[in-house]
Design a binder for this molecule. Structure first.
Ligand code: GLY
Ligand code: MN
Ligand code: MN
Length: 407
């Protein structure tokens, strides 16, 4: 479990990246009103990274003064007992102090008195543009002080790329829970049910094991749906003889696992399915070995195509005339953390402490085949560590867990 020292350390790391006389505003996010009045709220990941808090309408202000000293301020909404009857308890100033060790905590109403003092030295002003915060009146109010806003998101994003031991542990645990839930799904998988049934079972199983959330809406794509990369409708009947592609993950204490597995619905691959599956599994295992410090995601992407083509040919499969891009049309991986897609881009160079997915896929509409196999890899010099190890992907293991005879 992450404790408040972890989040305090993150603010100190950010302090080190800022020039003297600068001020940073990070907003926790607003609730999304629903017609039912039951509002949705997704906390801003940068805010969570710096505070460990996940309530709406809070504002973190970090002032690094002329001498390089960090002054931390937190503004939270005024408590409203009437609203709490509808939307639940909101933290008090004492709660916020206790949870963060930030000394200067105020109600938002006090900002008019406090903000002018913080802007006295005309600091360089950073805001978090990852949210559409300009909409908010009280952020608009900052324009009284300066018109020049820099985006803090790339700076926090850089910090979030390299994981501390406690973050690695959260993702490892999230992966373990994901794996256990996948086993339950495998055991119960059968034709003629709708895709949302195994998807719901997965959600139940991860929550039963203590994960508060899913990393993203589960993809349970059977048969032809497997070629749609972000298929989330999950409303088709699962046909006997088809494959089903699962892309899913548990989110534990704010940190995501992201795993894909593909299984034969009735527990037995057809000959064609088996050829594609063997080629892709071999590709994934070959690629994981290449997840080394100093290597770029762009290089790994090109390597994936080469290996996939070689391995498909080895299985006697004829590659489309237009090339392998016809059957493999996404990236090999991305950084993983508080967000499933945690500040990565195709030019990323792997560093120790990064957690990057390895998720090759092969998608042939004509063959009714969509296969993706995805694991979460910790970069560790030349010795990548698979954090989602042990989740069945070998053919014999799939047969074993789906109660079929061995190949
Ligand atoms: N589940 C989204 C992804 O694998 O990137
Ligand atoms: Mn995924
Ligand atoms: Mn992924």
């Amino acid at each position: 479990m992450l404790n408040k020292n972890f989040f305090t350390k993150n603010r100190k790391k950010l302090q080190d990246k800022l020039e003297n006389n600068s001020i940073v505003f990070v907003y926790s996010g607003m609730e999304i009103p629903q017609e039912s009045n039951v509002n949705l709220f997704f906390p801003n990941s940068n805010y969570y990274y710096l505070t460990g808090l996940d309530e709406p309408d809070q504002l973190l202000v970090l002032l690094k003064d002329q001498d390089g000293i960090l002054n931390e301020f937190l503004f939270i909404p005024q408590k409203n007992p009437n609203l709490e009857k509808w939307h639940g308890y909101k933290m008090s100033i004492e709660d916020a102090k206790d949870k963060t060790d930030i000394d200067n905590i105020f109600y938002v109403n006090d900002k008019d008195e406090i903000l002018p003092k913080l802007f006295k030295e005309n600091p360089t002003t950073y805001i978090d543009e990852s949210l559409q915060i300009y909409e908010k009146d009280w952020i608009n109010g900052l324009k009284e002080f300066t018109n020049e806003f820099k985006n803090i998101d790339p700076i926090i994003g850089e910090l979030r790329l390299i994981k501390e031991a406690e973050e690695i542990e959260e993702i490892r645990q999230a992966g373990k829970i994901t794996g256990e839930a996948i086993l339950e799904v495998m055991k119960s998988l059968k034709p003629d049910e709708f895709e949302y049934v195994p998807a719901s079972l997965f959600e139940y199983q991860v929550k039963k094991r203590g994960a508060q959330d899913l990393s993203f809406p589960t993809i349970a794509a059977s048969g032809k749906n497997g070629v749609i990369l972000h298929y989330v409708k999950n409303n088709n009947k699962i046909n006997d003889g088809d494959l089903i592609l699962f892309d899913l993950g548990a989110k534990l204490n704010g940190y995501c696992a992201d795993v894909s597995r593909t299984f034969p619905v009735n527990g037995k691959f057809t000959k064609t399915q088996l050829k594609f599956y063997k080629a892709l599994l071999k590709t994934q295992k070959e690629l994981i070995k290449e997840y080394k410090r100093g290597v770029s995601l762009r290089y790994l992407q090109e390597l994936t195509k080469k290996h996939l083509e070689k391995n498909l040919k080895e299985q006697g499969i004829v590659i489309p005339k237009s090339g392998i891009d016809e059957w493999y049309y996404h990236s090999i991986g991305h950084s993983l953390g508080i967000d499933t897609h945690d500040n990565s881009n195709r030019d990323l160079i792997l560093e120790n402490g990064m957690i990057i997915t390895c998720e090759p896929g092969v998608y042939s509409k004509e063959d009714n085949i969509g296969i993706r196999i995805e694991d979460d890899i910790l970069i560790n010099d030349n010795n990548p560590i698979v954090l989602t190890d042990g989740i069945p992907k070998e053919i014999n293991d799939i047969y074993k867990y789906m109660n079929q005879v061995e190949e």
